[in-house]
Write a protein that binds this ligand. Structure first.
Ligand code: GTP
Ligand code: MG
Length: 442
């Protein structure tokens, strides 16, 4: 894993290989217990990748949790049983964990105390021990109670983390700018705040709670207060960033039509921005390569120019804390005049990924925006299965254009669709402006 990176708040925003993270607040913090609790995905043996066991619950369609919006609930139901764990496997790998295996259970709803049911939790703990795993990795955002319950089954031999911790860890690894770092820190602290009591449970176990509760509670309250102070400071900083972005956007939108590339992580958004608008955004075969928005002028042809923005991608079960913290960045999507939805047509779960992205766009309040769909990576489609998937995508998303950001195939057709959308937006704006002038004249 990469080395530590400090932010100006003094809090080291990412997991490390060599011990606990520093708490936020820098010098202001005298002593807290939460450095231990905030520890990322550090291996217990120096230098070795920690081994993890994946744990997932498959739910029947009607019993999926409502994570943020109703729409997302329905979308998650379309994920195949193994697809979510395949993705968790990739997330774990990106976070520097060696995945030793996976355990799943079919339940109507995850168990409130142990995520899988209690018997299964014991089995999982035994298996993790036999497989030499230091981590259990749960495929949903766990409640603090579920985390405590599973950790109790492991009797302190394994740490229990969840999908959200992995995603936050990867975001922390990728954050390159102040804006991204502040947003990631805010998301991490929001996630950690309700989970602070955790580290005192080992004392409770040892002493039956007697004699530990008083000082423990006091210390936890101190930690909580300190975290709240840092959260407040980060929120204020983000509000300033957000205002600055709004001002810049308002200036752009008086004379430009703005288009945003949206889509699942790794779909090829940055590659398309580079191709279409001559940008040099880092594009790579890894999850969340891009966190910060980049905007470039794109000549769409026939004297139509737009400002094209590439930004952070979406993922299945995107943590609520992250969406809230990335508000300033995600407003680049919700404020766009036209959206270009990029789909990795070569991915086996392309349609399920597209549904997640569309649901996230809707949750951002941008469902009414003109949308051009680009079925990307068609250069990789070779087999009958690939062709069948492409045809399913066309049936589900009529009007989509086949493209390849890599070879340039289909980009003229994409530009033509965007041109039509831009002209329609401009006509509507012109009509609205004329109407406003007419109203004033009356
Ligand atoms: N073969 C092929 N590979 C592509 C194509 N477009 C993108 N890729 C590859 O797919 C990977 C992801 O591309 P990115 O452009 O980084 O994807 P992204 O949507 O910006 O991803 P995030 O920033 O993580 O959200 C990279 O390895 C690209 O080289 C394509 O049309 N064909
Ligand atoms: Mg990108």
């Amino acid at each position: 894993m990469a080395s530590r990176r400090s932010t100006s708040t003094g809090y080291r925003a990412r997991a490390t290989t060599d011990g606990p993270l520093e708490p936020p607040g820098g010098k202001e913090t005298v002593r807290t217990t939460w450095g231990e609790k905030a520890r990322g995905i550090a291996p217990s043996r120096a230098g070795a990748r920690p081994r993890g066991l994946l744990v997932g619950v498959y739910r029947p369609r009607s019993a999926r949790p409502d994570e943020r919006a109703e729409a997302l609930d329905a979308v998650y139901a379309s994920w195949g049983d193994e697809a979510s764990l395949d993705e968790l496997d990739r997330l774990a790998d990106s976070a520097g964990i060696q995945v030793a295996g996976r355990v799943t259970q079919r339940l109507r709803t995850p168990h409130p105390r142990t995520y899988v049911n209690e018997g299964k939790a014991q089995e999982v703990a035994t298996l993790a021990e036999e497989m030499g795993c230091e981590l259990l990795i749960v495929d949903d955002e766990m409640s603090p109670q579920q985390q405590r319950g599973l950790e109790a089954c492991c009797q302190g031999r394994q740490r229990v983390i969840d999908r959200t911790v992995l995603i936050l860890d990867i975001f922390a690894q990728r954050a390159r700018t102040r804006e991204a770092a502040v947003q990631v820190e805010l998301a991490q602290l929001t996630y950690q705040l309700p989970r602070l009591a955790r580290s005192w449970t080992h004392l409770e176990r040892l002493g039956g709670g007697i004699g530990t509760r008083g000082p423990g509670e006091t210390q936890i309250e101190t930690d909580r207060r300190q975290i709240r102070v840092v959260i407040k400071r980060l929120e204020q900083e983000l509000e300033a960033i957000r205002t600055r972005r709004q001002v810049q956007r308002a200036a752009r939108q008086t004379s430009w039509t703005c288009a945003s590339l949206v889509g699942y992580t790794n779909a090829g958004k940055s590659t398309l921005l580079n191709r279409l608008a001559g940008a040099e955004v880092h594009a790579e075969d890894r999850l969340f390569a891009t966190l910060d928005p980049t905007t470039r002028r794109w000549g769409v042809g026939e004297n139509v120019d737009v400002l094209l923005t590439d930004t952070v991608g979406f993922i299945h079960k995107l943590p609520t804390s992250l969406v809230a913290a990335f508000r300033a960045t995600l407003e680049e999507v919700s404020a766009a005049d036209v959206l270009i939805h990029v789909i990795d047509a070569a991915h086996p779960e392309a349609l399920a990924q597209a549904e997640v992205a569309l649901a996230e766009v809707a949750a951002l309040g941008a469902a009414d925006r003109p949308l051009v769909t680009a079925l990307n990576k068609v250069d990789l489609l070779k087999t009958d299965e690939d062709r069948a998937r492409l045809s399913t995508l066309h049936d589900a998303l009529p009007g989509s254009v086949d493209v390849s950001g890599q070879t340039g195939q289909g980009l003229d057709a994409l530009a033509q669709r965007v041109r039509l959308a831009v002209r329609s937006v401009r006509r509507q704006r012109g009509a609205a402006a004329a109407q406003a002038r007419g109203d004033l004249g009356d």
